[in-house]
Design a protein around this ligand. Structure first.
Ligand code: CA
Length: 221
């Protein structure tokens, strides 16, 4: 069982520190971002199991942050904290992709209980996750997450190519096989080389191994 990673985005210094201690004490690995921009950057570049986002934030407002994450394909469960407690605000939060919504001031035990519910609701199936060496490739989110938690998002074609190679990690695929599998409309096989180049640039040179005269196979990360 790996540690559950929580990102707290909260500009109130006291509350932010309290939440860090609270989640730390409950056995989670918690990190804190103190404004919306920093929160968005972290959520896009690292893997978390849960986001706890204050609504009133400098730089990027909490719901806007969440909307941007969801648009980028990030489906990490999120709990929104807010001082705005009207029904309209709650609906806006839940419509905006939040999994739960808690009005300040809240009881810390209630927050932890709600967090447990949201985490339990997570899809547990891992059939859409393929290993790439020590890293994990999520076919649905199109993300590659290293053992350190660094996350990279792939384009659709990059993801299709990596999926092909990762589905048979020890097999060598010819450029022709890659072209017909990933770029069926392409007239030449150079797209295979181009996308191998893209993936290496994004994930590092070792992600794909060139087998001279034969093609490419999955490397390691
Ligand atoms: Ca605030």
């Amino acid at each position: 069982m790996t540690t559950t990673r929580v990102l707290v985005v909260e500009d109130d210094r006291e509350l932010g520190d309290l939440l860090l201690r609270l989640f730390g004490g409950a056995g989670y690995a918690a990190e804190l971002a103190r404004d919306g921009q920093a929160g968005l950057h972290r959520a896009l570049t690292r893997r978390y199991d849960l986001l706890v986002i204050d609504r009133g934030l400098p730089a990027i407002e909490g719901l806007d942050l969440l909307a941007r994450l969801r648009r980028s394909g990030n489906q990490t469960p999120a709990v929104i904290l807010t001082a705005l407690g009207t029904v309209t605000d709650r609906v806006a939060g839940l419509d905006g992709g939040a999994d739960d919504y808690l009005v300040k001031p809240f009881d810390v035990d209630e927050l932890l209980a709600r967090v447990r519910v949201v985490l339990r609701r997570r899809p547990t199936g891992t059939e859409h996750v393929l290993p790439v060496g020590e890293a994990e490739f999520d076919l649905i989110a199109r993300t590659v997450t290293t053992a350190d938690g660094d996350q990279t998002t792939l384009s659709g074609r990059e993801s299709d190519l990596l999926r092909l190679l990762a589905s048979h990690p020890s097999r060598v695929f010819s450029r022709q096989e890659i072209t017909s599998g990933v770029f069926p409309e392409a007239a030449t096989e150079t797209l295979a080389d181009t996308y191998v180049h893209y993936l290496r640039r994004k994930l590092g040179p070792t992600v794909i191994t060139t087998v001279r005269g034969a093609g490419y196979r999955l490397g390691t990360l």
